[in-house]
Design a protein around this ligand. Structure first.
Ligand SMILES: [Ca+2]
Length: 278
């Protein structure tokens, strides 16, 4: 892998480059990537995209928490029975959560509030929780967000305008942290929630907007921020049409024969092509 590429006729990528691209974007199947389509809120619910925190669970589900309520985002629609009270879906979990992170290798979801944290397997609280946040040696209480960055697999926590790398091997916050959030180009000064989604991309949520991070260019993708309400909560028809157009555009690009090897030889252009796909 090199920091810079220029295109030459007949030149091909090294195998590790191709493997890295396919890890991020998947192997080309000739089919369009499926964007996250807008979902429909019940007519009696207020439409808001400001999440306290958003998580994934071992069974592949995605949940967004807002105050006392939780939304399950299932296959592009709100799952039957949602939005629902947190206490009804996640027994023992409090309202107004701070931050959360899913550790895929052990299948556990960790949720933080104040100076306490909770460990869950899917929606079920594991025995012996909550515990004090001091178990996470070096982390402060009252966190804002947490995530596993898809670029290196490390666990990061955000509080205010600073972030922490929690080193899972040593069991403590790494020396030299916290560092300023400005290290992550393109992110706003305040993050409400963050998540590595099932597509292995890392998303940051701030107020009513969200940002998708480009792990190769190490900055926010150029067509972001976008409206969380439109693309994740899905309250208006405009967003639905835009998502539909993105599927169509992706189909046209992917249908060109032999295009994928050429795209592999121009990594920066490839990333731009994905800018319109959620
Ligand atoms: Ca938060």
């Amino acid at each position: 892998m090199y920091p810079y590429y220029s295109y030459k006729i007949g030149w091909t990528l090294d195998p590790d480059d191709i493997a890295g691209i396919q890890k991020l974007y998947g192997i080309d199947t000739g089919k369009p990537d499926k964007p996250m389509p807008p979902v429909t809120m019940p007519p009696n619910m207020k439409c808001t995209g400001k999440f306290d925190t958003i998580i994934r669970t071992k069974d592949g589900s995605t949940y967004a928490f807002i105050g006392t309520m939780v939304y399950k985002l299932d296959g592009g629609n709100i799952a039957p029975g949602f939005p629902a009270k947190i206490r009804d879906i996640f027994p023992g979990l409090p309202n107004d959560l701070d931050a959360s992170v899913f550790l895929e290798d052990i299948g556990s979801t960790y949720i933080f509030k104040g100076d306490q944290y909770y460990r869950l397997t899917n929606t079920k609280m594991d025995t012996g929780y909550p515990r004090h946040i001091s178990v996470w040696n070096g982390l402060p209480s009252d966190l804002d967000a947490a995530f596993v960055w898809s670029g290196n697999g490390r666990v990061y926590f955000i509080k205010g305008d600073e972030y922490y790398w929690f080193n899972r091997k040593t069991g403590r916050v790494e020396d030299g942290y916290p560092r300023p959030l400005t290290v992550w180009p393109g992110l706003p000064s305040r993050i409400d929630s963050a998540m590595q989604w099932s597509n292995k991309r890392t998303y940051f949520f701030s107020e009513e907007q969200y940002f998708r991070f480009n792990d190769y260019l190490f900055t926010v993708d150029s067509s972001y921020p976008r409206s969380t309400v439109q693309y994740w909560v899905g309250c208006d028809e405009k967003a639905r049409l835009e998502a539909s157009n993105n599927v169509h555009n992706s189909s046209v690009v992917r249908a060109l024969p032999g295009l994928f090897p050429i795209l592999c030889s121009a990594v920066l252009s490839l990333n731009r092509l994905f800018n319109n796909i959620l």
